[in-house]
Design a protein around this ligand. Structure first.
Ligand code: URA
Length: 422
């Protein structure tokens, strides 16, 4: 097999054969195919696309480079959720224990943040003592103990994706629907969940800026899951506006605990409950209303067990950034827009996110929002509070917030965009 034939075939928009894909993926993972050859192929795929058959075979080949986990020994069905990433997207934190409290097991392998989108592991690591790195055995123990586990993917899970994703990141080839779909689904299928709900984000703070592309990504991922025996459904949800009132690690943990205690921002509650319903239905669990478990302490109990089982102290005081800077509204009216991407970039610049994989994050850094689109605001009232340990970060964060919101007078009838799009 010759890699150059494969690159040329895709450059000329021809469909790759099963044999070509089955040879290529392990050859790249094992170092037989060079990074420069794979990056030429990734660019050809980005420009010319792939058929559903090619994407399915590609995903299968990626899964086969590593282990496929198996939770069939558990006495309850497994159900997981994956979000394509956004700003203030802390939903996994209340969702995993909520779904566990309703009778499913949630085996979630999560990632760290890169760029303006936050990472679930970074958020949970702001809880003193909490450990992201678990062996497969420990993962099973936490699942048995708490019904939900959120941890880092081990080295053995879809190693082809680890290498290919790092290459795409530095060659301008991340934004390809076949490559995003196969990357996400190879990891989720290898994770061993029986059912999966995809939360595909659409808007300025998401990978997919428009609904048509987001729908195509969702459909591609659903068919990949189904082809591989994982019961998969997708929701398309808004990411033009940040989720909830916080973007940043410890800030988002605090907000998630409020939701688990029966409070918290309405949009976070709405999405958590909607996703929980889908996850439970997908796992064949009926007759439980997840909304009830947010108010009656059951989801909170599962959260406390989940955090403690991974070494964390659910009662610990969460880190708070050393410095705060308040931005006030310059006029009165209705807040009609608050841009997710700009808030995400500000949180990142304040220290909540990282520019390179090896960078540390600040647990207390981020952006707290005091109003959301649809709210009435008065000139001089706090709109955003910026948090950081390093005050020299305020100026770049403020710069990235330039033009991030609109306050309109005489627009009392304004209706905020729906959260659940499809
Ligand atoms: N997340 C992934 O895991 N892979 C992608 O390609 C994009 C987002």
């Amino acid at each position: 097999m010759d890699v150059i034939d494969i690159v040329v075939a895709k450059r000329e928009s021809r469909e790759l054969t099963d044999e070509q894909i089955d040879w290529l993926i392990p050859a790249y993972t094992g170092g037989v195919v060079a990074d420069e050859q794979m990056s030429a192929l990734a660019m050809a795929i980005l420009l010319n696309g792939m058929t559903r058959r090619e994407i399915s075979r590609w995903t299968d080949a990626m899964i086969r480079t590593g282990i496929r986990m198996d939770f069939s020994a558990l006495d309850r069905p497994t159900s997981d959720k994956h979000s394509t990433g956004g700003v203030g997207d802390k939903i996994t934190l209340p969702l995993a224990p909520l779904v566990a409290s309703c009778g499913a097991a949630v085996p979630q392998l999560s990632g760290r943040g890169l760029g303006h989108t936050g990472g679930t592991l970074d958020k949970l690591e702001s809880i003193p003592g909490w450990r992201a790195q678990l062996s497969e055995r420990e993962m099973l123990d936490v699942l048995r103990e708490a019904g939900a586990v959120v941890c880092a993917a081990g080295e053995g899970l879809a190693p082809a994706d680890k290498k290919l994703y790092a290459l795409r990141d530095v060659t301008g080839t991340v934004e390809s629907i076949p490559l995003i779909a196969s990357s996400i689904m190879s990891k989720k299928i290898a994770e061993g969940t029986g059912a999966l709900v995809l939360d595909v984000k659409v808007g300025t703070g998401a990978f997919m800026k428009d609904l048509t592309k987001a729908r195509e990504l969702a459909e591609t991922m659903v068919s990949l899951g189904t082809d591989h025996g994982v019961k998969t459904v997708a929701l398309l949800t808004d990411m033009d506006t940040p989720l909830g009132l916080t973007a940043g690690n410890a800030l988002e943990v605090r907000e998630s605990v409020e939701v688990l205690a029966g409070g918290g921002p309405a949009d976070v509650v709405e999405l958590t409950v909607a996703l929980a319903r889908e996850m439970l239905a997908n796992a064949g669990i009926t007759g439980v209303d997840p909304a009830e478990n947010l108010g009656n302490g059951k989801a909170m109990d599962a959260w406390r067990r989940m955090i403690a089982a991974q070494g964390g102290d659910p009662d610990a005081v969460l880190p708070v950034a050393r410095e705060q800077h308040v931005i006030t509204a310059d006029r009165s009216g209705t807040l009609t827009r608050l841009d997710a991407l700009q808030v995400g970039v500000a949180a990142w610049r304040l220290g909540a996110g990282r520019a390179r994989k090896e960078d540390p994050v600040q647990a207390g850094a981020g952006v707290e929002m005091h109003a959301k689109p649809g709210d009435a605001v008065t000139a001089g009232q706090p709109l955003l509070t910026l948090h950081t340990d390093t005050p020299e970060r305020f100026a770049p964060a403020i710069e990235s917030l330039g033009g991030a919101w609109d306050i309109e007078q005489g627009n009392d009838e304004y209706v905020a965009r729906q959260l659940l799009l499809d």
